[in-house]
Structure formats: C-alpha cells, structure tokens
Design a protein around this ligand. Sequence first.
Ligand code: SAH
Length: 227
Amino acid sequence: MNPTEQELARNRLLEEIELDTRDTSHMTGREKLSDRVMAAMAKVPRHEFVLPEDLPLAYINRPRGIGHGQTISQPFVVALMTDLLDLTPEDRVLEIGTGSGYQAAVLAELAARIYSVEVIVELADTARERLRRLGYDHVEVRHVDGHGGWPEEAPFDAIIVTAAPPRLPEELVAQLAEGGRMVAPVGHRIMGQELRLYTKGPEGAIRSRGVLPVAFVPMVEKAAPRT
Ligand code: SAH
C-alpha cells in the first residue's frame, strides 16, 4: 500500500468504528467514542503490528493472527475498551496480554505510563522491540504470567485485560487504584465471554457491569506447582 491508500484505509476504518459504536450503543452505553480515543486510533500505525503477509489487510476491522496461536484484536474492540477506561494524560495503566503491542501503543497515546505483561516470551520480545522502534518509550513490557499483575508498580489508574480469564483474578482487582477502571473479557470460550467494566470506589468497593459479548483468546492458567 502506498501512503495515500493507507490513509484512505485508515479513514475507512475510523468510519467503521463509528458505525460499530452506534450499532452496539444499546449494550455499551456509548453512542460515540471520545475524540481523544479516535485520534489515537487514527495515529497508531496498525500495519506495523500485523504479520508481513497481512499488510494489505492491516486496516480491516477484524482481528488477525500474530503467530503462536494469538491474535491482535479487532480495531473496534480496541477502541471501545480504551474508551471505557476514560484515560487522562496522567494515568498509569496495566495491560495483561501484550500480544503484538498494538493495544499498548493506543494506550500510550492517551496515558502517562503503560506496563504491559505477556506470557509468551517471543511475543513479549517482539512487541518490546517494535514499541521502542516506534518511539513508545513510556511503555514497559515484561515477560510474566499476568495473573500476578505488576505489584511493584501498583496501584494502577486503569487495567485492561486482553485475554479472557474464567473469573477476574483477585490480584488484578487488588492492584486497581481507588477510582480506577478495569475492563476485561470474562468467561469461557465455549460458554461465551462478556466484556465487563469494573470500577473501584471508596474503600475498595467494586462495581461492575456487562458491556458486550466478545471472543478473546483464553488467559492461560498458571502452571501447576511441581509436587
Ligand atoms: N493486546 C494484544 C492482543 C492480545 S491477544 C494486541 O494488541 O495485540 C492476548 C494475549 O494475551 C496473547 O498474546 C497471549 O499470549 C496473552 N496471554 C494469555 N494468557 C496470559 C497470561 N496468563 N499472562 C499474560 N499474557 C497472557
């Protein structure tokens, strides 16, 4: 794709995100995503995050494979999840499931620091190198099981989980700041998953609501301890 084709493809993608947002607003409660989120979606070069053979399809509103049985999420879902976090430029954000690093880059356009963890070492290394090359210096990527979060940097103003756990891990709830927002796909692949939004109020009270049915890769369970 030449630069003009790329710009056209990106503009078309933004229009599709607007349409999907309107079509799902009865479930999500959001008629329109914020201008800041749409500007971030317009800015991040998604073609840098897909596999080379998928370059012509980088701006199609679909998830894509990124190797190791994992996927880069559908752009509309990335935009919606980001919007639900209501980020401010001072926020510190934890992401579970770095994958390609695309979601982390979108977050990095909107918040002060991003801490992202990935359980597959090759994906963590590739995403770290890619984000550095693209100038996202305020994103840190760690190769670790996301069930434990990132305790040294907690609490976080926002947490985004991009692989689906059957139940929300307690440790992540603990690492959310008071007034913080967390968005996560929760459930089983076959039984169905639901994107849920959690908010932590005074004294740690958690409120949550279902947002949208979704299909994410499962969050892998911690390896059983050796006996
Ligand atoms: N946010 C990514 C897409 C994530 S796909 C992007 O923008 O490209 C889900 C990712 O979660 C996969 O890379 C998968 O390896 C990772 N993952 C699954 N279980 C995990 C766990 N327990 N801890 C950390 N990462 C996990």
